[in-house]
Ligand binder design. Structure first.
Ligand SMILES: NC(=O)c1ccc[n+]([C@@H]2O[C@H](COP(=O)([O-])OP(=O)(O)OC[C@H]3O[C@@H](n4cnc5c(N)ncnc54)[C@H](OP(=O)(O)O)[C@@H]3O)[C@@H](O)[C@H]2O)c1
Length: 297
């Protein structure tokens, strides 16, 4: 089978597209014929040798956590899924023709494989940080970096829960944020005053790691009402860094339910063939993805 791997840490050019041994589904796992794999920033962070404390890897390594595809092998102890089922979920080395998943759910009707591959990690992250920040219906949540994958999910889930959302994004994404039901304002000079004019802020999420923790604390008035997923220096200002994935076991089922009810849609900004994973990483690293980028097979 074809697979993307890297044997040394580095830039997108360390990614190698070539033949590899087929993986097999161990106990509690399934294997899928991958039809699409989501491209998450953590994929290129690991390729660069970042965040290895949270995600230890041995080289040579595969790439990718998220995927959608067709079940073709079922491990011992797994119930409720049949060879041939269409599923989306999380696993390891998903930039490949075959991959093993550790968490999965049936793909919602009407979703393409490319769309489905964009949801798993971002929805788990969005549900986790909304719970941790403790924002409730009737309150206002500020989201710094609202137009990306995680932001798109946070905005829609929060709006569905009756939370008012103010999102920051670049000039070209203002209408996009409004289409997701948020109040929008551009980041850059004067952004704190622009947010103040939009209303009081009860809680805030830093999704972009743009060096705004001090301002988010100022706007909420309490470091406990701020969570960052992208600024490792946040704890120095008393703000929690949320980094433990997989702490929302029902995330995929909740995502499927919201998608089926038309409450959640994460657009695919661009699809790339498996052999062009390096281009997907280069584009993701440029830092301005709207929704999700995906690898299609
Ligand atoms: N700790 C965790 O558990 C966890 C989980 C998932 C992701 N993450 C991290 O969280 C970050 C976001 O992930 P993602 O998947 O949403 O990324 P993404 O899809 O690549 O989105 C990045 C977004 O950042 C926005 N942005 C760029 N510069 C900005 C600025 N100065 N101020 C505000 N927004 C800015 C961009 O919007 P514009 O195009 O409008 O500029 C873009 O939409 C990444 O660093 C990722 O590694 C952490």
């Amino acid at each position: 089978m074809k697979k993307v791997t890297f044997a040394e840490f580095g830039g997108p050019d360390v990614l190698h597209y070539g033949d590899a041994e087929e993986p097999h589904a161990g106990p509690g796992r399934i294997r899928i014929a991958v039809r699409a794999a989501g491209v998450n920033p953590v994929d290129w962070r690991l390729r660069e040798g970042q965040v290895l404390g949270a995600h230890p890897i041995a080289l040579p390594a595969g790439v990718g956590l998220d995927a959608a595809g067709v079940v073709d092998e079922i491990g011992d102890g797994v119930d409720g899924v049949t060879v041939g089922d269409r599923v989306f979920g999380e696993g390891a080395s998903t930039y490949a023709e075959l991959a093993v998943l550790s968490a999965w759910a049936p793909m919602p009707e009407g979703l393409s494989f490319a769309e489905a591959a964009g949801y798993p990690s971002v929805v788990e992250t969005a549900l986790r940080i909304l719970r941790q920040v403790g924002v409730r219906a009737g309150q206002t949540l500020l989201v710094s970096g609202a137009a990306g994958g995680v932001g798109s999910a946070v905005l829609q889930i929060a709006r569905h829960r009756g939370i008012t959302v103010i999102g920051t994004a670049g000039a070209t994404n203002q209408e996009y944020l409004r289409s997701l039901g948020a109040l929008a304002t551009p980041y850059g000079a004067g952004w704190v005053e622009r947010v103040r004019r939009l209303g009081r802020v009860d809680a805030a999420l830093d999704l972009a790691g743009a060096g705004v923790i001090r301002e988010l604390v100022e706007l909420t008035g309490d470091p406990q009402k701020v969570i960052s997923i992208a600024d490792l220096a946040a704890p120095e200002l008393g703000v929690r860094f949320s980094g433990v994935a997989g702490s929302v076991p029902d995330a995929l089922a909740e995502a499927a339910d919201l998608i089926a009810r038309g409450k959640l849609h994460i657009p695919v900004e661009k699809s790339y063939p498996l052999a062009e994973a390096a281009a997907a990483h280069t584009d993701s690293q440029a830092g301005h993805t709207r929704g999700r980028r995906v690898i299609v097979i």
